[in-house]
Design a protein around this ligand. Structure first.
Ligand SMILES: *[C@@H]1O[C@H](CO)[C@@H](O)[C@H](O)[C@H]1NC(C)=O
Ligand SMILES: *[C@@H]1O[C@H](CO)[C@@H](O)[C@H](O)[C@H]1NC(C)=O
Ligand SMILES: *[C@@H]1O[C@H](CO)[C@@H](O)[C@H](O)[C@H]1NC(C)=O
Ligand SMILES: *[C@@H]1O[C@H](CO)[C@@H](O)[C@H](O)[C@H]1NC(C)=O
Ligand SMILES: *[C@@H]1O[C@H](CO)[C@@H](O)[C@H](O)[C@H]1NC(C)=O
Ligand SMILES: *[C@@H]1O[C@H](CO)[C@@H](O)[C@H](O)[C@H]1NC(C)=O
Ligand SMILES: *[C@@H]1O[C@H](CO)[C@@H](O)[C@H](O)[C@H]1NC(C)=O
Ligand SMILES: *[C@@H]1O[C@H](CO)[C@@H](O)[C@H](O)[C@H]1NC(C)=O
Ligand SMILES: *[C@@H]1O[C@H](CO)[C@@H](O)[C@H](O)[C@H]1NC(C)=O
Ligand SMILES: *[C@@H]1O[C@H](CO)[C@@H](O)[C@H](O)[C@H]1NC(C)=O
Ligand SMILES: *[C@@H]1O[C@H](CO)[C@@H](O)[C@H](O)[C@H]1NC(C)=O
Ligand SMILES: *[C@@H]1O[C@H](CO)[C@@H](O)[C@H](O)[C@H]1NC(C)=O
Length: 673
């Protein structure tokens, strides 16, 4: 049997990053603005743009201001070079904004609950270079405004930003990704890379964390002030880098956010050390008498969150899944079990966990026998069972299995609303939450594929023109929970619904002019206003939030279908769900090796080529066309015999082949003549 290869270019080795034209990470840490947003009373403001090769200055004389645009969201420390000043008592202010909405010559956007952040003022007494102190690094901004007030003038020769994200990577290698994704829908490609870049912005020097410096004060004290003080200099983890929730704020470790960010990091940069530093900082705070884990990393005040406590455990399971590092798992295992028993102690006579603290992802009404919290507990129990097997610590498995099974029965008896085809938030409400329904499918709390299908369709039927709503958070679209909803649609084998949601919601988040057009926002309203229900202060919303990067991992693991199943990829699946796409080419690396796949859907045939590391094994699922035909698999290197599977027309759905050895394979499904 001879197979025709439709692939001309094989992906190259590590020295060259595929599809690098999509990578948003800067090529150098020294950045200059690329254009002018608006300018008043400034002479030659264009002299400060990156395109301007001359040393000529922009002249700020009397009240003057120019707002510069860096083209993408960036992070860092600003420096000004002043070539001359009319007196020794001049000053230049700098303001920052992620969104064009908050560009201003009197304040930055916000980090506090109320008000706006004060300008960063440089007292100019002579020609020279003025650099912001390190605590005044701004975690994310696309726009930078220079303002001069009072009399006199200042000639500014240069304004530059020293880019501080990804502190542990070489200055000229910020775009050296280990993963890639490309398909025949360019919007999806741009979304994948913007997700990867968002997580890079959220990877910070852990000595310069925590933007919530006014948390312990009364928020309302600021009201409409434009002079709220701000800085970021708390040490939040050990090590040289940390994955945090958001780049501007909170600049803290939050385990819930990591549950979306971590898989996206793995498939793009595989920056495991930042993940470990963050996870370790949470376990360092475990209460030694109860096992309770923190809501967020230090210095956030001690708070109980049932879900974030569990997300920290999911972080351990994800770490083992993506790295296969049994040593790391062994180190955390006693703390893991202690924390799990803390959660299990809240299971009452209904067999569900009774949530007694409202803290979650800032949704409302978290309490009682909540479906989201219980679905997450069910998932964590199943993770615990597989980790226990990997560690040969089999003693707790029977009890965890029984608990998981009775929890599943109780959730379906008490919380499934068969009329609506969705779960209720708890047994005393008719609200059908997005979070709990998405999690119920992901965690396999559902009994049948039909139930999962109904949830997927039910969630889709609620979309607004701006995305998937989260009614449990009032008038909110949550890019965090919608990241789980994407996985729900794929799990229900409704890939085209998942792709439609990416285009609708993440397309809006990427291309709307109020956005940074490079990183993903934390939340907004169902009508597309950049207002997020949990906050009173719109300027506070973060425009680079790792929890909003769900599509990146979903595109790699469901559309390209490259799934790590166990121990860093010792066991894997290759199961593309094309959702109407014709071509996809994707790959990533773990500690176990490189995984890649290319799929090409033709009129009468589907061709796939994939590569997984030697010594591993997995299962291949070939998307098929609606016809009778056959699947032929050929081992390109290694000389295993061809595998042939005949497929009858009446067999619906894709074709799977199990126990495939790691290596390089070509697979084709062809319709019969
Ligand atoms: C710019 O100014 C610096 C000193 O301020 C000088 O060394 C350099 O040669 C100048 N470059 C150009 C292109 O004029
Ligand atoms: C600052 O912005 C305000 C509008 O917000 C405008 O009225 C004022 O003229 C600006 N000042 C300068 C110096 O550009
Ligand atoms: C310039 O002035 C206009 C009109 O008052 C204002 O809208 C704009 O924000 C100002 N731009 C800057 C950079 O201050
Ligand atoms: C916060 O407000 C309460 C009353 O609303 C007041 O007693 C307290 O002193 C305030 N704290 C601060 C730090 O302003
Ligand atoms: C901020 O401005 C308000 C008036 O808007 C003033 O009452 C307050 O003292 C100022 N705070 C600081 C720290 O300058
Ligand atoms: C952090 O910055 C603030 C404001 O500049 C300063 O008061 C504080 O001492 C700094 N803390 C540390 C640990 O450097
Ligand atoms: C640990 O939990 C106990 C019981 O809730 C509490 O009394 C104690 O203060 C906690 N310890 C720490 C360090 O938070
Ligand atoms: C596995 O984890 C251990 C403990 O954290 C660490 O020392 C070791 O370097 C890790 N191994 C790899 C391959 O990253
Ligand atoms: C049950 O869910 C509703 C809707 O989210 C919420 O308002 C209510 O507070 C919840 N009940 C408990 C006990 O938390
Ligand atoms: C959950 O526990 C709290 C505190 O013990 C109790 O007041 C509440 O009634 C319980 N909720 C349910 C739904 O059983
Ligand atoms: C678990 O047991 C298996 C079979 O005896 C062994 O190969 C493996 O190394 C053990 N794993 C651990 C973490 O001890
Ligand atoms: C999900 O649960 C059903 C039973 O409710 C079971 O048949 C199925 O195997 C489970 N799926 C997975 C992936 O564990």
């Amino acid at each position: 049997m001879k197979l025709l290869s439709v692939f001309t270019a094989l992906v190259s080795t590590a020295s060259c990053t595929p599809y690098s034209q999509y990578i948003l990470a800067p090529k150098s840490r020294t950045l200059h603005p690329v254009s002018i947003h608006s300018s008043n009373n400034t002479l030659n403001p264009e002299n400060l743009l990156s395109s301007c090769a001359s040393n000529s200055s922009a002249v700020f004389s009397g009240p003057a201001a120019t707002a510069y645009d860096f083209g993408i969201n960036i992070a860092g420390l600003v420096s000004l070079s002043v070539s001359s000043t009319s007196s020794s008592t001049q000053r230049i202010g700098v303001t920052f904004s992620e969104s064009s909405l908050w560009v201003s010559n009197s304040s930055s956007d916000a980090t506090a609950l109320d008000g706006k952040d004060e300008p960063l003022w440089f007292d100019i007494n002579s020609a020279g270079t003025y650099t912001a102190p390190r605590a005044k690094e701004r975690g994310a901004f696309r726009y930078l405004t220079l303002v001069h007030d009072g009399e006199g003038s200042v000639d500014v020769q240069d304004v530059q930003v020293w880019y501080t994200a990804m502190p542990h990577w070489a200055d000229d290698a910020l775009g050296e990704y280990t993963g890639w994704f490309h398909c025949d829908d360019d919007l999806l490609n741009r979304i994948w890379y913007a997700g990867a870049y968002t997580n890079q912005l959220c990877t910070i020097d852990p000595s310069y964390g925590n933007a919530l410096v006014h948390l312990q004060e009364n928020g309302s004290s600021f009201f409409d002030a434009v002079n709220v003080t701000w800085w970021s200099n708390a040490t939040i983890t050990e090590g040289k880098s940390a994955l945090v929730d958001g780049a501007k704020r909170d600049r803290l470790v939050w385990a819930g956010d990591m549950s979306i960010a971590v898989p996206a990091v793995v498939v793009s940069t595989n920056d495991v050390i930042s993940i470990e530093n963050s996870l370790n900082s949470l376990f360092a705070l475990q209460n030694s008498s109860t096992g309770q884990l923190p809501y967020a990393g230090r210095p956030f005040p001690t708070t109980l969150s049932f879900t974030y406590h569990l997300y920290t455990l999911i972080g351990v399971a994800d770490h083992y899944l993506y790295t296969g590092n049994i040593t790391y798992l062994t180190t955390l295992w006693p703390q893991f079990k202690f924390a799990l028993s803390f959660s299990l102690s809240f299971i009452d006579s209904t067999n569900l966990m009774n949530v007694t603290s409202p803290f979650d992802w800032l949704r409302f009404g978290m309490g009682g026998h909540n479906i989201e919290a219980n679905a997450i507990l069910y998932h964590t129990l199943n993770q615990a069972i597989s980790l226990a097997s990997a560690l040969n610590d089999t003693a707790p498995i029977p009890s965890w299995t029984t608990t998981a099974s009775s929890l599943k029965t109780a959730a379906n008896t008490l919380l499934w609303d068969n009329t609506a085809g969705l779960y209720r938030d708890n047994e005393t409400t008719s609200l059908h939450p997005q979070d709990g329904n998405a999690w119920a499918v992901l965690s396999n709390l559902t009994y049948t594929p039909t139930q999962a299908y109904r949830i997927s369709s039910g969630l889709q039927s609620r979309w607004t023109p701006f995305g998937a709503p989260a009614p449990e958070a009032a008038d909110a679209i949550s890019p965090f929970i919608s990241g789980f909803e994407l996985q729900t649609h794929f799990s229900a084998r409704r890939a085209s619904a998942a792709l439609a949601l990416m285009r609708l919601q993440w397309g809006f988040m990427l291309d709307d002019p109020r956005m940074t057009n490079s990183s993903f926002i934390e939340g907004y309203s169902t009508s597309g206003d950049l207002r997020y229900a949990p906050y009173v202060n719109d300027a506070r919303i973060s425009h680079a939030h790792g929890w909003a990067t769900g599509p990146t991992a979903s595109l790699s693991s469901y559309v390209a279908g490259l799934q790590v199943v166990r121990a860093g990829g010792a066991e894997w699946k290759v199961a593309p769900q094309m959702g109407g796409l014709r071509r996809v080419d994707a790959g990533f690396e773990t500690g176990v090796g490189r995984f890649r796949v290319q799929v090409d859907v033709g009129e009468r045939r589907v061709d796939m080529e994939f590569e997984t590391p030697e010594g591993t094994a997995g299962e291949v699922t070939v998307p098929r066309l609606e016809c009778e035909g056959r699947v032929v698999m050929q081992n390109v290197e290694g000389g295993c015999g061809d595998v042939v599977v005949e497929v009858a027309a009446k067999d619906v759905g894709p074709v799977s082949v199990a126990d495939v050895k790691g290596g390089k394979w070509k697979v084709a499904f062809t319709c019969s003549e």
